[in-house]
Ligand binder design. Structure first.
Ligand code: G6P
Length: 373
């Protein structure tokens, strides 16, 4: 009801602004990287994750929707920090195709609700193929997914009401980053200095998220440009490519603007042909070299009015100009930067939806939890 909304107009807005608290709660009490963080409610006696982490040689992530994009981000962490070969697959694809099972794979499901039918079916499919090591990153400790996976990390986003997921996503990323560090440590790939550095960065996340939320007025100005548009393109690279995908998903879910995301290097291989004054291009977290490349690409369409909206690094040298709008992130955040860069994109979708007058918390045709196929 209205009381719970407090000063906010919608649950989605409230949930976006709850992210500093949600990530703080999710990572609370984590003072060292230990595999025991992943034993979950099924292993009160402890020691289960320790055994599994020592045994596995790869990771298979299964999820849907926004949770799938947190998995795509985690793949970059798992391969670059823990050096563990990682596959990410859409649950509804995995469950229906022939795949090659590896009993030494850690099957990781990611789900806010823990009840998504396709993700549960994908888990059971993996188990039926002889993959016994299962772990879920889930926001509901009493859910079917937590019951059925041997290991778990319970995120503490709190109840999420807005259909478009926000705080569940950032807390999943927090849990997946911890998982990366725990696997890296088990495999002897994390020095004490690295561990201390990552823990320090994690502790600072609530304050860093707060600083990003303060960019809201600049995002509202972008949203005014986006509101009359019917198409938008999002570009990202590396760790931020999944963030571009998530930004495009948020925009289409609640504003009904057609949005798609591309890996930045692919712009010239097709989507550049679509760029006009009616197709704004959002570029996520690019460093200056990437922006220079994008600018020269867009020069080619400048005559047709192509406009670039850039979420730049804190120390980027790029400045706003003709056909180029820049918002600089408050600080540099290394590996955890996706958690921060997604926030302006959530706000962009939210404020564009408000400007268009759509039903933000209950977008047409969509459900919060898809428990049937
Ligand atoms: C629905 C929701 C999305 C969510 C997806 C997966 O499509 O609208 O916000 O990302 O389901 O849900 P889960 O609970 O498994 O994360």
């Amino acid at each position: 009801g209205a009381a719970e909304l407090g000063p906010y107009r919608h649950y989605m807005q409230k949930e976006i602004f709850e992210q500093p608290r949600a990530i703080g709660d999710t990572l609370e009490g984590v003072t060292a990287i230990v595999s025991g963080l992943f034993d979950g409610p099924n292993n009160p006696e402890g020691g289960a994750a320790d055994k599994v982490f020592a045994e596995i040689d790869s990771v298979l992530i299964l999820a849907c929707g926004t949770s799938y994009y947190s998995g795509c981000t985690a793949k970059y962490w798992l391969e670059s920090i823990a050096k563990i070969p990682t596959q990410v697959e859409i649950a509804s694809e995995y469950r229906y195709r022939d795949s090659v099972p590896n009993p030494k794979t850690l099957v990781v499901t990611i789900t806010q609700s823990g009840e998504t039918a396709d993700t549960l079916a994908a888990l059971r499919h993996a188990q039926s193929l002889g993959m016994p090591h299962t772990l879920t990153v889930c926001n509901v400790s009493t859910s079917a997914m937590v019951r059925e996976c041997s290991l778990a990390y319970i995120t503490r986003a709190g109840v999420e009401i807005g259909v478009a997921s926000t705080k569940a996503f950032t807390t999943q990323l927090g849990g997946l980053f911890l998982l990366t560090l725990a696997l890296a440590k088990t495999k002897g790939r994390l020095t004490a200095e690295e561990e201390a550095g990552h823990l320090k960065a994690m502790r600072h996340l609530p304050a860093a998220l707060q600083a990003v939320l303060a960019l809201e007025p600049q995002i509202i100005a972008w949203a005014e440009d986006f509101a009359p548009k019917e198409n938008a393109l999002f570009l990202g690279r590396g760790l931020h490519y999944p963030i571009a995908l998530e930004g495009a998903l948020k925009l289409k879910e609640i504003t009904y603007i057609h949005a798609e995301a591309y890996a930045a290097g692919e712009l010239k291989h097709g989507p550049l042909a679509l760029v006009t004054s009616e197709m704004p291009v959002v570029a996520v977290a690019p460093n200056d070299t990437l922006i220079e490349k994008l600018k020269s690409n867009l020069q080619e369409v400048r005559a047709r009015g192509g406009v670039l909206y850039v979420l730049a690094d804190a120390d980027s040298h790029i400045t706003s100009g003709e056909g180029l709008h820049v918002i600089r992130m408050p600080e540099h955040y290394g590996a955890l930067s996706p958690l921060l860069h997604v926030v302006p994109l959530q706000l962009l979708a939210y404020h564009t939806a408000c400007a268009r007058g759509t039903d933000v918390d209950k977008p047409r045709n969509l459900a919060k939890s898809v428990t049937v196929e």
